[in-house]
Design a protein. Structure first.
Length: 241
């Protein structure tokens, strides 16, 4: 059963919540907005708001999910944040190893820490590793991802904030692109998306266009649902097998 509105996954698992901003993509963080809302509703897990918090009590959640799921790990945080101890990451990876029926998506903006962590450890076969690349200054994250021998390596270019220029997508299996949502959303231009799509196709990476967000393909600001997820009149949502 799908329990999240994130289109490219069907469940989320948050043994860590809260984070801190490290690049331009963090400015209007959806997770921070959601955490503040849940804090105001006095939800136990978010009593600390968006302060980084470890939740050992939810580590075993995936053990209860017998049916196979695609699980986005730490949608409300970053597992490779500096304040998350290696020992805790080890516990997360242990649960992943105990549940081979699931696929786990680990997405980070802290690519260097992720690469360092997995230098001395095996990457489980059921783990997909990804990095966020929102502008040209964050493209170096791709290099760290390419050094890792994961079954699936992916980029999340969301929110896409500028033309990324030339991309080396060697060993990158999947590229997700999306525009920003919310009142303060920044514009995503059609030609930026086109350039990524063309390079993904040329370099045999799967292309997934998630949404336009608050700004439509015509550069007009409106409800993200009105702007939709079509690109040039088609839906492009390829997924790794």
């Amino acid at each position: 059963m799908k329990t999240t509105t994130i289109e490219w996954t069907d469940r989320t698992w948050n043994p860590v919540t809260g984070c801190s901003k490290i690049s331009a993509g963090c400015v209007n963080c959806y997770a921070e907005i959601m955490a503040r809302r849940l804090q105001a509703m006095q939800q136990n897990k978010y009593l600390n708001g968006f302060k980084l918090t470890l939740h050992e009590n939810v580590l075993e959640e995936p053990l209860q999910w017998k049916k196979p799921h695609t699980i986005f790990v730490c949608s409300m945080s970053d597992l490779f944040h500096d304040e998350v101890p290696d020992k805790f990451i080890n516990q997360v990876i242990n649960i992943i190893n105990l549940t081979p029926q699931h696929r786990y998506q680990l997405l980070t903006k802290r690519a260097e820490r992720m690469a360092k962590y997995f230098q001395t450890r095996n990457i489980p076969n059921n783990v997909w590793l990804g990095v966020t690349v929102e502008n040209q200054s964050t493209k170096k994250r791709i290099d760290f991802l390419q050094s890792l021998n994961a079954s699936v390596r992916f980029l999340s270019c969301e929110p896409l904030l500028e033309d990324l220029g030339a991309l080396n997508l060697e060993n990158i299996d999947w590229v997700i692109v999306g525009g920003e949502s919310g009142n303060k959303a920044r514009l995503m231009k059609k030609e930026w998306v086109s350039a990524i799509k063309e390079q993904a196709e040329m370099q045999k990476s799967m292309f997934y266009f998630k949404q336009w967000g608050t700004w439509g393909s015509d550069g007009v600001k409106r409800n993200k649902h009105e702007n939709g997820k079509e690109f040039n009149g088609k839906i492009y949502q390829a997924m790794p097998v």
